[in-house]
Design a protein around this ligand. Structure first.
Ligand code: FES
Ligand SMILES: [Fe+2]
Length: 345
């Protein structure tokens, strides 16, 4: 088999608040091994409930802190010789079970982290200060929209390919026209050939507020077309990009309103995990949420078939109808800088 042609890729990992795992995968006093940015990291949750993230390897003799270790208070205890690092003191070494003196200049290297929307985020690159905050989502925090389910899958592509797909409006009427509940097959089914299909129109734009450069917006209208004549309105979507690795997709359908929180974990170069967490308004029945989730999953699988094998074209041939791709790339370029190469190994 011929090797995949990757194309001229951007730097492997963009800068910003990047989700690395879901909050509920890290229980109190537990440890989690995490792969992100091509690095081994470790996350733990202290008895206070606070979560911490550090480099995965113990500064003593290099044991992996995510394997066989334990948590005591806010500290993670290395499984090899029992050295203890305190998350609440920026990873400082606070105890060695067999030594009289504990050197004061040793610590495990911490990542700035925070939990929002059921995800644990770290700021990448590790040595930089965050330049924006993750805000609350009023629908979840104030209006009691509740968590209804998740979809998680890996795609063998650069992280940029996935948010770029939102700005790629023309692909919607090629890849996502088939009835989404039928299958995740990117080929057209007999139903579509029988003239029932989804039709989309959309617009994409970066935020115009100077303190919100890290945000961009997409709106999409969606309807069902029958025999190329009859149309019924179906759904509208308002999507917000928040930095390079988070999208909030607000959907309004005849059966209710919901929001998909899509976090992208760049596990390593050309491998991106998508975590979709769905929150719906209280009146929306779970059977409709389930039906929509099946449709969303199928649509994601259709994109994934293409993403898994595509090459990254840094100078694509675009027609005027592709204008949002150009705008997206200009906007997304802000997340690459000299320090966004993989310098954490
Ligand atoms: S390697 Fe971690 S305590 Fe020795
Ligand atoms: Fe798509």
């Amino acid at each position: 088999m011929r090797a995949r042609k990757n194309g001229k890729l951007p730097p492997p990992f963009p800068k910003g608040w990047i989700p690395i795992c879901e909050s509920d995968s890290l229980k109190k006093s537990k440890v989690l091994e995490v792969n992100a940015f091509g690095c081994n990291l470790v996350a733990w949750r202290g008895t206070s409930g606070q979560s911490y993230v550090s480099d995965g390897y113990c500064p003593h003799l290099g044991a992996h802190l995510g394997v066989g270790s334990s948590v005591s208070g806010e500290c993670i205890k290395c499984p090899f010789h029992g050295w203890c690092y305190d998350g609440s003191q920026n990873g400082k070494l606070v105890h060695i079970p067999y030594a009289e003196d504990v050197p004061s200049n040793v610590s495990t290297k911490m990542w700035k982290s925070q939990e929002k929307y059921g995800l644990i985020f770290v700021w990448y690159p590790q040595n930089e200060e965050p330049s924006w905050n993750l805000e609350e989502i009023p629908e979840i925090d104030r209006d009691n929209w509740s968590f209804r389910g998740r979809i998680v899958f890996d795609t063998l592509c650069h992280i940029q390919d996935i948010p770029e797909n939102l700005a790629d409006v023309p692909h919607l009427n090629e890849v996502h026209t088939d009835l989404s509940t039928i299958s995740g097959d990117v080929r057209k089914s007999w139903i579509q050939r029988s003239h029932i299909r989804h039709i989309h129109t959309g617009e994409w734009s970066p935020s115009k507020k100077c303190d919100e450069n890290h945000k961009a917006f997409m709106t999409m209208q969606h309807k069902i077309e029958i025999f190329q004549r009859f149309h019924c309105g179906y759904a509208t979507m308002k999507a917000v990009h928040i930095g390079p690795a988070l999208m909030l997709l607000y959907m309004s359908t005849p059966t209710g309103k919901f929001v998909i929180i899509q976090g992208l974990v760049p596990s390593r170069e050309l491998r991106t995990r998508s975590i979709l967490r769905i929150y719906a308004e209280p009146r929306m029945l779970q059977c409709f949420v389930k039906q929509l989730m099946d449709g969303i999953h199928n649509n994601a699988l259709r994109d994934r078939v293409i993403m898994n094998r595509k090459s990254f074209t840094d100078k694509p041939f675009l027609v005027k109808e592709d204008k949002y791709i150009k705008m997206f790339r200009r906007w997304y370029a802000q997340f690459y800088g000299e320090t966004t190469s993989n310098d954490n190994e």
